[in-house]
Design a protein around this ligand. Structure first.
Ligand code: PEP
Ligand code: MG
Length: 620
């Protein structure tokens, strides 16, 4: 169930057809292209009114602790704004001059400003909680600013007052968010067909977007293969992440063009740019129609080798896209998304019902359920508020209590999920997969629990598959890839997660825009690990697939086929492109090509070779 949405933002309006604004110049901002397609629409900023906070009183003895909470939120807000401001350096001079002063105003307000002094006074003298004090003080200051307006003032002066009041409210929103850890986004006021602009978009926020309402997404933060990018691709939304300054430079209602293939975000597009963008939208729609014709054709190479093409799924709303894509089954169901945006952790019956619904919708095609991969950038409020995961994140969450590590500490969580999947397994073929495995001991422990849960369900008289569904693992750390021969003795199948494998091998955060150009799945180190894990599985005649974003990059299909892989799971939109690539090659040629690529040590050279090996027109 989705969380109740807070009241809609004040600037709610319907999206109007875009017309060029000739008074202001066109500006181009650049970011990381994460989800193909072109969107044109009015900008909608995802900032919200100050959340409604019930006036919370504290005890006199708690004022120091409340002051410390406020200090923490100020420091966090400071870090966020400093980081965003530093990234403006990539923008053209004129954009920097326009946006940077706003950040300076915000940063000043976090110092010994009237706002912060007033908040402290309210905590100490009125005994208000920090968030209540921030909201009350910001309201008081904003009202005092607006009260200075008088009818004799010029329109510019009046607009100036409103801007200052907005700035106070905006910094208060940030402080309250950081104090309450409230979900950042509300999309309730998003007009149909708008382009969403935001500083950051967490995976849980992206999961709230309705693809039928949103034209496209632009965020200042984020990397190419972070879970936010994964989610946006899954929803088929044209998107650009890591676009420095975008959310601050573009005003609500301005027309924006988002090009999810080139990473360009155009503000105030000229008539010529708008015409180009419209042509691109039409071209993209035609391309999709063309791909739709591939749906019923087999995924088979020219020399008759069958290849399994499956889809990744995060939320049930993606099921129709999967049905249209021609994917045969779900090769990776990221169950953690089903735990997001809800107040409580779903119990066994709720999970079983959701999972059964998905299995039934797949009509006999297999579904691979990956058990909860909590951690990294994926925070799940229901787990924090139930005290199942620590409130304070590890110093380095990507290396902390992630995936199977958490599940083996919180075995009840794992048992409940195993039970729900086994119950859903009665409705159709399922497989179960463990995330973030690094040792054989983890697989053994998980299997013991798996078998125990199955015995318990049978005793309870639940209907579960007679033969226990396969229990496999993600190979997504260098440790797992290099220990693949040992892990192959314990697991029933491998799914190679090239997203985390790339991140951990190259020590690059997959969701971080600042190091995005270092994130390279074609780095020979990553390819060698993929090859090593694949060969270990093939030697054991064990099923092996790729389910990271590499699987959905049609340019890489010949290389992966050449390495011996025959099973891929990807975002639904990529299935036809990859099918086209499969149908255009012969396995022998792929194998020769892969041998040549694996002799290379330079990632740039590998990229050139991959691009040049195009037996058919293959779009990346
Ligand atoms: C991966 O790491 O490649 C993967 C498929 O898992 P996720 O993207 O969910 O981390
Ligand atoms: Mg992963």
């Amino acid at each position: 169930m989705r969380k109740a949405e807070p009241p809609p933002p004040q600037h709610k309006r319907l999206a109007r057809p875009p017309v060029p604004d000739t008074a202001r110049p066109e500006r181009v901002l650049r970011g990381i292209a994460v989800s193909p397609g072109v969107a044109i629409g009015p900008a909608f900023g995802a900032s919200e009114p100050v959340p409604v906070i019930a006036r919370q009183k504290i005890q006199a003895a708690d004022t120091a602790a409340e002051g410390a909470r406020l200090d923490g939120a100020i420091a966090q807000s400071h870090r966020q704004l400093t980081k965003l401001r530093a990234r403006l350096a990539v923008l053209p001079e004129e954009s920097q001059v326009e946006i940077a002063p706003l950040f300076d105003v915000y940063l000043r307000m976090l110092g010994p400003s009237r706002l912060i002094r007033g908040v402290r006074r309210r905590i100490e003298e009125t005994l208000l909680s920090a968030e209540s004090a921030v909201a009350a003080e910001a309201d008081a200051i904003a009202e005092a600013i607006l009260a200075r307006s008088d009818p004799d003032m010029s329109a510019d002066d009046r607009a100036g007052l409103m801007r200052r009041a907005d700035e106070v409210r905006e910094i208060a929103r940030r402080l309250v968010r950081n104090l309450t850890r409230q979900p950042f986004k509300s999309f309730s006021g998003l007009p149909q067909g708008a382009v969403l602009l935001t500083e950051t978009l967490r995976p849980a926020d992206a999961a709230l977007l309705e693809p039928s309402r949103v034209a496209g997404v632009v965020a200042e933060e984020g990397g190419a293969d972070g879970h936010t990018a994964v989610m946006l691709r899954a929803l088929g939304l044209p998107a650009v992440l890591g676009a420095a300054g975008a959310a601050h430079a573009i005003r609500a209602g301005e027309t924006v063009v988002v090009d999810g293939r080139s990473g360009r975000v155009v503000r105030n597009p000229s008539a010529a740019t708008l015409a180009d963008a419209r042509r691109a939208v039409t071209k993209y729609a035609r391309e999709r129609q063309r791909y739709a014709k591939l749906r019923r054709l087999p995924a088979e190479t020219l020399d008759g080798e069958a290849v399994e093409l499956q889809a990744n799924l995060e939320l049930p709303i993606e099921l129709p896209l999967i049905a249209q894509s021609g994917a045969i089954g779900i090769g990776l169901l990221r169950t953690e998304f089903l735990f997001m945006n809800r107040e409580t952790v779903p119990d066994e019956a709720t999970q079983a019902e959701t999972y059964r619904g998905i299995v039934e919708a797949m009509n006999g095609d297999p579904v691979t359920f990956r058990v909860l991969d909590w951690g990294g950038e994926k925070d799940i409020e229901a787990l924090s508020s139930a005290g199942i995961v620590p409130e304070v994140a590890d110093a380095n969450p990507a290396l902390g209590l992630r995936g199977i590590r958490l599940l083996l500490r919180q075995t009840e969580l794992l048992e409940t999920q195993f039970a729900a999947i086994l119950r859903a397994g009665f409705a159709g073929p399922v497989r179960v997969m463990l995330p973030m495995v690094t040792t054989v001991a983890e697989v053994r422990s998980a299997r013991e629990i798996y078998e125990r849960v199955a015995r318990r369900l049978r005793r309870r008289g639940e209907r579960i598959p007679e033969k226990l569904p396969p229990l496999g693992i993600m190979v997504e750390t260098p440790g797992a890839a290099l220990a693949a021969d040992a892990l192959a003795l314990e697991a029933d199948f491998f799914a190679i997660g090239t997203n985390d494998l790339t991140a951990y091998t190259l020590a690059v955060d997959r969701g971080e825009s600042q190091v995005a150009e270092l994130y390279d799945p074609m780095h020979p180190a990553v390819l060698r690990l993929v090859q090593f894990a694949t060969e270990a599985a093939l030697r054991m005649r064990m099923p092996v697939s790729v389910c990271g974003e590499m699987a959905g990059n049609a340019q890489l299909t010949p290389l992966l086929l050449g390495l011996g892989l025959r099973s891929f799971s990807m975002n639904a939109a990529a299935v036809p492109r990859v099918k086209q690539a499969v149908r255009a090659v012969e396995i022998d040629a792929c194998a020769r090509f892969a041998r040549h690529v694996m002799d290379q040590s330079d990632p740039t050279r590998i990229e050139e070779l991959v691009r040049a090996f195009s037996p058919a027109r293959v779009d990346a």
